[in-house]
Design a binder for this molecule. Structure first.
Ligand code: FAD
Ligand code: DHB
Length: 395
């Protein structure tokens, strides 16, 4: 069993991708940390989430020494397909930007992070309850929690709030000192995982009058598909037959004919929304990943923003401990948010272009959507803008 330290330089709340990677990057900087996670490892690994790793995120993972399996088992994708009105358009990432993305499930990345954390001897305390953070406005904060019935307190220099969308960290910033920006789209995504060969070698983003659809994958035998559904839908309303028939209807005829269907092994409903909280710092508390911002899944940016946040934060903490300078820490929120907002913009653009907006009755919006898609199909410049953002803006 992992020993719970009484003191650590950095206490990290949440052991998802943001918290786990932060702990590992800090370890590389010689900074000790402790991860406090609400759930068990099995629970965290059971969550099927993102699948696309940006070029820059993959490079970070490789440089950190966490990229062996990603390199061996991840799939390099040099482009994606966009379909509209029965036509298919390839966005050639490699030709347009010289870069690519890697298709590698978040579950696999999380396994690699656990392996790295264990090998480095970083304490990951899971199944903690009732986290309480004190004194973040002082130079010596502390984090208290209950673990297997016992109350514990860890003294630290800094607290990293990496506890995702339902975490407690973001509320530690006093109401009068924070501002949030939100957009909820009037639909959700229904996602299905199946042991079937992917319908295409590359991801397909489909715009259709019945709604958006996405064809993705995990490997040669495992596919991940999504369809746009009503905002208030539930998994129970999507038996496999309904899902497959809706997906088939939204794909071009040739693609639909080659779709192999099969029983689902997992199904989710996920909301489509943006939320950004500013600032991402209060005193000695620093927020990172979904604890600080949510993006609609269309741009495949959520996980990648978690990576860029913790890269900035680990560099700033590295600077602080090696030189005593707080300039990196002072700049953290602004630096991270500048990149976050560009990803929010890209995710909004992809979402708005590709989904149907039920009940808007607004033909003007629909005409703009068609013009946007036609422009993408006709203009290499438009495709380059999409490619540059999809593979990831510089860190
Ligand atoms: P998380 O992965 O949420 O990790 C936060 C961790 O904190 C969790 O392990 C949680 O258990 C823990 N925690 C929460 N509260 C506490 C507490 N009080 N104390 C201690 N620990 C706590 N992104 C994409 O790019 N593409 C997708 O298809 C996609 N699909 C998604 C589907 C769903 C259902 C969800 C929820 C997200 C999806 N995302 C997707 C987003 C992506 O998975 C996230 O952006 C990414 O997981 C962010 O990592 P994180 O570490 O910041 O947050
Ligand atoms: C996947 C999810 C996304 O949100 C996306 O834009 C691309 C791929 C996936 O789960 O594979």
């Amino acid at each position: 069993m992992t020993t719970i330290p009484k003191r650590s330089r950095v206490a990290i709340i949440g052991g998802g991708p943001a918290g786990s990677l932060l702990a590992f990057l800090l370890h590389l900087e010689g900074i000790d940390s402790v991860i406090l996670e609400l759930r068990s490892r099995a629970h965290v690994l059971g969550r099927v989430r993102a699948g696309v790793i940006e070029h820059g995120s993959a490079e970070i993972l490789k440089q950190a020494g966490l990229g062996h399996r990603l390199e061996a088992e991840g799939f390099v994708h040099d482009g994606v397909q966009v379909t509209f009105a029965g036509d298919m358009l390839r966005i050639d990432f490699k030709g347009l930007t010289g870069r690519h993305v890697v298709v590698y499930g978040q579950t696999e990345l999380q396994k690699d992070l656990y392996e790295g954390i264990d090998a480095a001897g970083i304490p990951l305390i899971d199944e903690v309850e009732g986290i309480r953070v004190d004194h973040v406005e002082s130079a010596s904060p502390s984090v208290s929690f209950t673990h297997h019935g016992e109350t514990r307190t860890i003294e630290c220099d800094f607290v990293a709030g990496c506890d995702g969308v339902h975490g407690v960290s973001r509320d530690l910033i006093p109401t009068g000192m924070r501002r949030s920006y939100e957009r909820t789209y009037p639909f959700c995504w229904v996602g299905l995982l199946s042991e079937t060969p992917p319908v295409s070698d590359e991801l397909i983003y489909a715009s259709h009058d019945r709604g958006f659809a996405l064809c993705s994958m995990r490997n040669e035998h495992r596919s991940r598909y999504y369809v746009q559904g009503p905002a208030d839908t539930t998994v129970a309303e999507w038996p496999d037959e309904r899902f497959w028939s809706e997906l088939t209807a939204r794909l071009p005829a040739g693609t639909a004919r080659s779709l192999v269907t099969g029983p689902s092994i997992e199904k989710i409903v996920t909301p489509v929304r943006s939320w950004v909280g500013e600032p991402m710092r209060h005193g000695r508390l620093f927020l990172a990943g979904d604890a600080a911002h949510i993006v609609p899944p269309t741009g495949a940016k959520g996980l990648n923003l978690a990576v860029s946040d913790v890269v900035y934060l680990s560099r700033a903490l590295g600077d602080f401990y090696s030189t005593g300078s707080t300039s990196g820490l002072d700049a953290y929120s602004g630096t991270a948010l500048a990149r976050v907002w560009k990803a929010v913009r890209f995710s909004w653009w992809m979402t708005t272009m590709l989904h149907t907006f039920p009940g808007s009755g607004d033909d003007f919006e629909r005409r703009l959507q068609i013009a946007e898609l036609e422009y993408l199909f006709e203009s290499e410049s438009a495709r380059r803008v999409m490619a540059e953002n999809y593979v990831g803006l510089p860190l």
